[in-house]
Ligand binder design. Structure first.
Ligand code: ATP
Length: 234
């Protein structure tokens, strides 16, 4: 495949990204309010199936497109640490905690590219993907990263017209370009949702089966998601 590899090296030459290590860095942004087993299961499935070197979880400090999170940023980060428990396949990057102002994904991706020097694949659940065209400078996002669209129960799997020319068939196809391609990924369906979890916790139910080990005890110890501890949705 000399033509392909030459094309590849010229791609990576142009972008300054080393051709030696072509695996992609997965970027899993979210509010993680709280992190749940669905997040971790999706990340494990992606690591198994796709040419990703690692997945970096990026908790949003001040998500611009949704209400203020219920749990403070440092609690959401602590729960994420418990959930990932030092697994070498996963990292947490606090890049959005280091910036002032709204946590725009486009800024995060620019920082991560500079920091890690390799192509990125942004992981989006079907609901997050549906909202992408409302994100700040969303077209630029496709100039910085590939996107992986993960199916999610209860959310429409049909894809909009604009994404079709970008679709590739399998994970390896993502390696032929530096950014701008889209891959659909159908993981085994995960019913977990942070909204449903917060509701259950507020009702005094601790849905341990949906929470990674250590997280229920943390929520309990810090009195998170109780009805009386709710912030304004403002
Ligand atoms: P909320 O109910 O507060 O919106 P959430 O459960 O969607 O929370 P987020 O932290 O907002 O959790 O999600 C981060 C990313 O993980 C998003 O791209 C979201 O689509 C994806 N995601 C979350 N839960 C699932 C799931 N069960 N299956 C597939 N993707 C998921």
């Amino acid at each position: 495949g000399s033509r392909v590899s030459r094309l590849r090296s010229s791609w990576f030459g142009v972008t300054g990204i080393s051709a030696d290590n072509r695996a992609l860095l997965g970027v899993f942004g979210g509010t993680f309010d709280p992190v749940h087993r669905g997040h971790v299961a999706v990340a494990c499935a992606l690591m198994r199936a796709l040419p990703l070197s690692r997945i970096v979880f990026v908790p949003a400090a001040r998500p611009p497109h949704r209400p203020t999170p219920f749990a403070d940023a440092h609690h959401r980060l602590a729960m994420l640490r418990l959930a990932l428990a030092g697994d070498p396949r996963f990292d947490i990057d606090e890049v959005e905690y280091e910036r002032e102002g709204p946590s725009y994904m486009v800024d995060t991706l620019a920082t991560l590219r500079a920091r890690h020097g390799r192509p990125l694949a942004l992981i989006l659940g079907a609901d997050a993907f549906a909202g992408l065209p409302a994100w700040h400078r969303w077209r630029r996002i496709l100039g910085l990263a590939h996107i992986i669209i993960v199916s999610r129960p209860g959310f429409d799997d049909r894809l909009p017209e604009w994404v079709r020319p970008r679709l590739v068939r399998c994970g390896a196809d993502l390696l032929d370009a530096d950014h701008g391609r889209a891959l659909r990924f159908t993981a085994s369906a995960r019913p977990e949702s942070a909204t449903a979890l917060r509701q259950a916790l507020a009702d005094g139910i601790a849905p341990e089966a949906w929470l990674p080990p250590g997280v229920p005890a943390y929520i309990e110890a810090h009195g998170l998601y109780r009805r009386s501890s709710h912030h304004d949705e403002g």
